[in-house]
Write a protein that binds this ligand. Structure first.
Ligand SMILES: [Zn+2]
Length: 320
């Protein structure tokens, strides 16, 4: 499944609008600072003129002259910095505003090889449009760390929940730095999906691409592509499934498990692990159930590469 040309054009207009808004914000910010520090413009003009002179001296082979100019530029920069600080600002305050610093709100990153690559923020928006994650968005509004409550937990259940929350926060903080996979297991209503949602919420807020699918939705979509004629769509969906920054498979075991589902799960888990792309699974299944339903090799991939987080307690949904 790929974006239509219209959807892609619309997305590019969205990026243009973001750049316009941020350009205005940058101008407003600089105007305020320039009003407080009228000499700022003179500094910038002087530094620009000196830089041109320095380049010219270098081209003419006048090394000493170029060095003298470099010293003057350095001195001007120090004076500029200290004058800025005297009115309570830093040089960073003059930097352009970007919603995504990595691509500077263009949606693409230029690699050294000259290759242009989609930025994670663009991949995130594409996923949102393609898989209509609006349902998830509504869910994430209700299910995030700010809505976390320990009210219905006591004793060992509470200790487990607290430890799980700590692991979730570590997962978010280390995301992109440490490769890690999680399985939330436990009975119904103990907060497995809630915690996976909390992680999704935090990462989406930070412009990461997260694909969140319930197990039935995931395997149904895979089956449609596997047994349908849409080759391009199949390739695109596979790419998103294997390449998105985080895949969350919610409620594994609630799908109708068959040999196609079992081998698909093995492929997902293996492909993502081979590329160090993190995955989170939530499930009511025990290890024995996972082996029986999916296979020994899937179980060993999961037990070998995932951290298991066990949650326990009463079904919170029954208590509300
Ligand atoms: Zn970006």
């Amino acid at each position: 499944m790929a974006l239509t040309n219209e959807q892609f054009d619309e997305l590019m207009r969205e990026y243009e609008e973001t750049r316009n808004i941020n350009r205005r914000l940058t101008e407003e910010k600089i105007n305020i600072i320039e009003k407080k520090l009228p000499s700022l413009k003179a500094f910038d003009n002087r530094i620009a003129t000196l830089s041109v002179q320095q380049a010219k001296s270098l081209m003419d082979g006048k090394t000493q002259q170029a060095e003298d100019i470099a010293d003057e530029i350095a001195m001007m920069r120090v004076r500029r910095r200290s004058e800025l600080e005297s009115i309570g600002y830093h040089e960073e305050d003059l930097e352009p505003v970007y919603t995504c610093v990595d691509c500077q709100d263009t949606g693409f990153i230029n690699r050294l090889t000259g290759h242009k690559e989609k930025c994670h923020c663009l991949k995130k928006r594409e996923l949102e449009i393609l898989y209509d994650q609006s349902r998830i968005k509504a869910l994430l509004k209700k299910e995030n760390f700010s809505k976390l409550s320990y009210e219905y937990c006591t004793g060992e259940d509470l200790t487990r929940l607290q430890s799980a929350v700590r692991i979730c926060k570590e997962f978010v903080d280390d995301f992109g730095k440490n490769y890690r996979n999680l399985v939330f297991c436990g009975t119904v209503g103990t907060g497995k999906s809630f915690l996976a949602c909390c992680i999704a919420h935090e990462l989406l807020e930070n412009c990461h691409s997260v694909l969140y699918m319930s197990a039935p939705q995931l395997f149904d979509t895979m089956a449609q592509y596997q047994f349908g004629n849409d080759r391009e769509g199949k390739a695109e969906f596979s790419r998103e499934l294997y390449d998105c920054e985080l895949l969350i498979i919610d409620d594994l075991g609630t799908e109708l498990t068959n040999s196609f589902v079992a081998s698909s799960l093995f492929t997902i888990v293996s492909e993502r692990h081979n590329h160090n792309h993190p995955t989170i699974i939530t499930t009511n299944l025990s290890l024995q159930d996972i082996r029986d339903r999916y296979s020994d090799r899937t179980l060993s991939r999961v037990t070998g590469n995932y951290d298991f987080i066990l949650l326990s307690g009463p079904d919170v949904r029954q208590l509300l």
